[in-house]
Write a protein that binds this ligand. Structure first.
Ligand code: M6R
Length: 615
């Protein structure tokens, strides 16, 4: 939920830290802070409520010198967003400073003990407890920092990615990870970088180490990376090469990352399919299916676990797997699944879907499934994140870093991967004919081009958006494959414009929500030409009969719905099961333009964080 950055080397740390925080701001932006040790050995900590820009303004007249520093952007869990609760936290003596992402679950018990020993706290956070504990252990046992960290981490329960500065040792940063992501970058000049994900590091080095749970890293410029565990056993870090370009991390002329990411979808999906679909033979090859063919095609059942937008993609996956592979599928909210006592069989395949690969509930669901002996398959975007490392196999969606908090290209990337996977398995299981398989693969190849056409609705949607700015509630209706599209459209609007919106299966509307319909409530209906088209027309009539205002997404050339909808948005035709890839685009654009009209900060919606690493 929070973002952490650190640098130790030969150059001025502060600009690297601030730039890194800006790249990580999507993870939390209610307060931010930075700590540096200057050449005189002073450990300076500066913190501000608000965004990274507020911290920068606050630091303008401060001493930000020093070649070692750590920084943090916060998404509050314990304690309101203010500068006292912002990180870094000083230890009681002021010798140490710590940044933390995660939650220390037993912090109250530990805090009580420390307060009993006379330690005063400046914040109400769980994080401050950790640094006070570390210093207390250091002082009372006369230990070095690393030893004290090892003892302290044995005493805390919870999730953490931490980094610590010690003003007595300005040549060292100590960091550790347990259930919260932490990446170490290895600079060519012997410098070290740390961050919650690789995005702040990518412009300085392409060599990184993804720390594992239980790892404690000691970073000293010019020395080899030292990684140990809590029992001081040496760990052997795996250096990986990352492949992220600067262009992928910047807005490229768009006012917001979200708009850039909406427009990137055709090229991202081409990237996602590249090397996996043969254009000549109309054939899909997924290495995960080659490696685990028997396990996957003989699955008794598929259980999809995910949260938010990824869960919506899972609902589309269910329809794809059931209709193409004839395998029964359940779609579960990871947060519910983890606390139920689900029945799992060894021949179940659990598919975990996550853009970030770090969502705490999805990780816990994977853990539960693995303990029960199920085979776990991951669909993830962030390379090297926890989910791909915890699953037996999987497929990356390869849509590049998604920075906008509202997920867009990751959603369509997930749907295209689920489509490829379902087609691949259906072909192996012979549940669809060769002819149908090839016809569908050929259509998948055409999807990016059709998305380009769908993006041309942008101007029309920008013109329509102001009409909906004053709505208090909106209803999104769809059936079949378009029902998850309705859910996703409603979520997008809620997230960034703060208008209440409900996604509903169109026919269910008459079992309740129809009571809400009046001339004040915009109703968005996904009414593309498919087998339920006529039924959706009847649902539109039901809305119209109650004075509702209908905006319909229709297949191009549709004249019928135009007669009774207030507005129609025409979309290119495609096979029914791929319609979500096209129909979700105007709904993303609609949410975006409504939020912009309302003056909202589209990329940083209130109360949200991109990566939900706490439950
Ligand atoms: O990284 P994940 O896909 O696991 O994230 C799951 C949800 O937190 C995420 O999809 C969230 O709902 C987005 N903000 C939706 O736009």
């Amino acid at each position: 939920m929070c973002g952490i950055v650190g640098y130790i080397g030969k150059t001025h740390a502060y600009p690297i830290l601030i730039k890194g925080l800006k790249r990580l701001e999507y993870r939390g932006y209610d307060s931010a802070g930075v700590a540096m040790i200057n050449d005189n050995g002073n450990l300076n900590v500066y913190k501000a409520k608000g965004k990274v820009a507020d911290l920068e303004a606050y630091c303008e007249d401060k001493d930000t010198s020093g070649c070692v520093g750590i920084a943090h952007t916060r998404w509050a869990t314990h304690g309101e967003p203010n500068s006292a609760n912002a990180h870094p936290h000083y230890s009681a003596s002021g010798r140490l400073a710590l940044i933390h992402n995660g939650i220390i679950e037993n912090y109250l018990t530990v805090k009580e003990k420390l307060v009993g020993r006379g330690i005063a706290f400046k914040s109400v956070t769980d994080s401050e407890v950790l640094i006070q504990l570390i210093e207390y252990i250091m002082q009372s046992n006369n230990l070095e920092l690393l030893e004290a960290v090892q003892v302290a981490l044995h005493q805390v329960i919870g999730a953490y990615a931490i980094a610590i500065l010690d003003r007595e040792h300005p040549d060292t940063i100590i960091c550790a990870r347990q259930s919260s992501p932490l990446v170490v970058g290895l600079g060519s000049d012997g410098a070290y970088y740390i961050a919650s994900d690789a995005s702040p590091i990518a412009e300085y080095t392409d060599k990184v180490v993804y720390l594992n749970d239980g790892d404690i890293a000691v970073l000293q410029p010019g020395h080899d990376l030292r990684v140990v565990n809590m029992d001081n056993e040496t760990q052997h870090p795996n250096v990986k090469q990352i492949d992220v370009t600067l262009g992928q991390l910047e807005k490229g002329g768009y006012p917001y990352f979200m708009l850039k990411e909406i427009f990137e979808q055709p090229s991202c999906l081409r990237d996602c399919m590249r090397g996996r679909i043969s254009v000549e033979g109309y054939h899909i090859t997924l290495s995960a299916v080659i490696d685990y063919r028997d396990k996957l095609i003989n699955a008794r059942r598929i259980i999809i676990v995910a949260c938010g937008t990824s869960w919506h993609a899972g609902l589309i996956g269910k329809q794809l797997f059931e209709s193409l592979c004839r395998t029964p599928v359940e779609v579960e909210y990871a947060s519910e699944f983890r606390y139920r006592d689900p029945v799992l069989y060894p021949d179940d395949v659990v598919v975990a879907i996550s853009q970030s690969g770090e969502t705490a509930d999805t990780l816990a669901a994977i853990e539960l499934a693995r303990k029960a002996g199920a085979f776990v398959f991951g669909i993830c975007n962030a390379i090297g994140a926890s989910i791909p490392r915890l699953t037996q196999t999987g497929v990356y969606i390869h849509v590049g870093p998604e920075i906008g908090v509202a997920s867009t290209k990751a959603f369509t990337g997930q749907v295209i991967v689920l489509s490829m996977l379902a087609l691949c398995l259906a072909n192996e299981r012979h549940t669809i004919s060769d002819e149908k398989y090839k016809e569908m693969v050929a259509e998948l190849i055409r999807i990016p081009e059709k998305m380009e056409k769908a993006l041309k609705t942008n101007e029309q949607i920008e013109r329509l958006a102001p009409i909906f700015t004053y709505a208090k509630n909106c209803l999104y209706l769809g059936r079949g494959y378009n029902y998850p599209v309705a859910l996703e459209g409603a979520l997008k609007l809620k997230e960034i414009s703060y208008i209440h919106a409900e996604g509903y299966p169109a026919a269910e509307m008459k079992h309740g929500p129809i009571a809400l319909i009046d001339s004040e409530m915009p109703v968005f209906v996904i009414a593309t030409r498919d087998k339920l088209y006529e039924k959706v027309i009847s649902n539109i009539q039901e809305v119209r009969a109650r004075g509702g205002r209908v905006t319909a997404l229709v297949t191009e050339g549709d004249e019928q719905i135009r007669k009774f909808a207030d507005h129609v948005i025409e979309l290119p035709d495609t096979i029914e099961c791929f319609q979500p890839l096209i129909a979700s685009i105007p709904l993303q654009l609609l949410a975006y333009h409504i939020a912009v009209c309302k003056g909202k900060d589209v990329d940083r919606p209130r109360n949200l964080a991109k990566s939900v690493t706490v439950e």
